[in-house]
Design a protein around this ligand. Structure first.
Ligand SMILES: Nc1nc2c(c(=O)[nH]1)N[C@H]1C(S)=C(S)[C@@H](COP(=O)(O)O)O[C@H]1N2
Ligand SMILES: [Mo]
Length: 417
């Protein structure tokens, strides 16, 4: 018995049946010519043997964010955040070298020797503990796919492409020890309600989050995409608070304090609620999605068959459904979800589409496992009492539907208000 192979006929039943097959217009007929031989060979060297690199023909790179590279608000570093080229992504995992980077106050990274690194757990616990990296690696571990998204990942009408509008989220496979395992080892005292996590570098990257969240799904991670966490993402140890906005995912993690109150810290822009019940939902990323192909800045070479493809995610759990519209939201079709959607992870969706060469507006809408549905920009503006000004932005996280307009010449443009 072999692995289950995708069935082309099933795919066609999904709505892509085109007279003459899928490749009409997309490929030339073969008339006996064999594909060319390579003209050049690259000679391997010890470095390439030791640690591989991508083809020189693959040039997709990260960019400073905000676009144009506004400098860090203080003197610590170069840029504020760095955005991932999600418009070029395939599948669901962001390669570590292209993972977005969020540095709350600059981009100076601490260089930490893992042999010297310690994680302290203290505060309202029975047994305060200090772990070395080696201690942590002896404990039961988990490996899970999770996205991280910066609360500043808000699409604007001026953004040209997915990288500018949605590039401050990424998804990696994280490995480490559940925070609940460490807190159970330490023994949380009655009356504790908050957890404060602190990083190692000068600005500490600290944040406070509810104890209930700390006991549920959070990972103290040392692994990222099959190797050690990269320095830009928190080497040697970082916290994953899956589903909560990016700022909670403390990098260079060195201290966890269990408390009975919210701690104010350098990371707090004043947007985080200190009320336990509001905090539980207010820190969470809503259901969100973006079509990565075709998307802003790309060009369709001609009419005919295309696969519309994109990423969907939610802080509320797994993506349960994605709908796609090719007529600016007048009608919707359910897209195919790649594999089994993981909780708080990017999920790839796909829909076969035949472009007739007319102007079309493409949109995607995510529904998550708890039934939350991604809103339109107009719905959110209405909700916040600004129906005449949908581009004004909204307080908190922005998870509104992203429209892309395919013009008659095949060029694709941002169609946000
Ligand atoms: N120690 C520390 N942790 C931090 C930060 C920081 O500046 N220092 N930035 C936060 C912000 S604002 C974000 S969006 C996420 C980004 O995680 P990433 O860089 O791995 O993508 O890390 C968070 N954790
Ligand atoms: Mo961030």
């Amino acid at each position: 018995m072999g692995a289950k192979r995708p069935d082309r006929r099933e795919f066609l039943r999904g709505g892509a049946a085109l007279a003459g097959g899928l490749t009409v217009g997309a490929a030339e007929p073969a008339l006996g010519q064999a594909p060319p031989e390579p003209e050049r060979y690259v000679r391997g060297d010890p470095d390439l043997i030791a640690y591989g690199e991508r083809s020189r023909f693959v040039t997709s790179v990260r960019i400073p964010h905000p676009p144009g590279g506004r400098e860090s608000p203080d003197a610590f570093g170069l840029v504020f955040h760095v955005a991932a080229p999600l418009q070029d992504s395939v599948g669901t995992i962001t390669p570590s070298s292209l993972h977005f980077v969020g540095t709350t106050r600059g981009s100076l990274m601490p260089e930490i020797d893992p042999a010297e690194h310690r994680l302290m757990i203290h505060g309202m616990v029975e047994r305060p503990l200090v772990f070395t990296m080696q201690d942590l690696k002896r404990l039961p571990s988990v490996t899970r796919l999770h996205f991280i998204e910066c609360a500043g990942n808000r699409a604007r009408s001026t953004h040209k492409d997915v990288q500018e509008s949605h590039g401050m989220t990424s998804c990696a496979e994280w490995t480490g020890v559940l925070l609940s395992t460490l807190l159970e080892e330490a023994g949380v005292k009655d009356g504790a309600a908050w957890v404060v996590a602190e990083g190692t570098e000068n600005v500490k990257g600290a944040s406070s989050f509810p104890l209930a969240k700390a006991m549920d799904y959070c990972i103290v991670a040392y692994g990222m995409n099959g190797e050690a966490v990269r320095p830009q993402n928190g080497f040697p140890l970082r916290l994953l608070i899956p589903g909560f906005e990016g700022i909670f995912n403390t990098k260079y993690l060195r201290r966890i304090k269990v408390t009975d109150e919210y701690y104010l810290n350098y990371n707090d822009y004043g947007h985080l609620s200190r009320d336990d019940t509001r905090a539980a939902l207010g820190y969470q990323v809503g259901p969100k999605s973006v079509i990565t192909h075709p998307s802003g800045g790309q060009r369709l070479p001609g009419h005919g068959f295309y696969e519309i493809s994109g990423l969907a995610w939610s802080g509320g759990g797994a993506v349960s459904r994605v709908d796609v519209s090719t007529d600016a939201g007048r009608s919707w079709q359910e897209a195919e979800i790649q594999g089994t959607a993981q909780r708080m992870a990017h999920t790839r969706f796909r829909l076969p589409w035949s472009w007739d060469g007319q102007e079309a507006v493409l949109m995607s809408r995510c529904t998550d496992e708890v039934g939350q549905v991604q809103p339109t920009q107009a719905q959110v503006a209405e909700h916040f009492g600004r129906p005449d000004n949908p581009s004004a932005g909204v307080p908190g996280l922005d998870n509104t539907i992203q429209p892309w307009r395919v013009a008659g010449d095949g060029s694709v443009h941002n169609a946000r208000a």
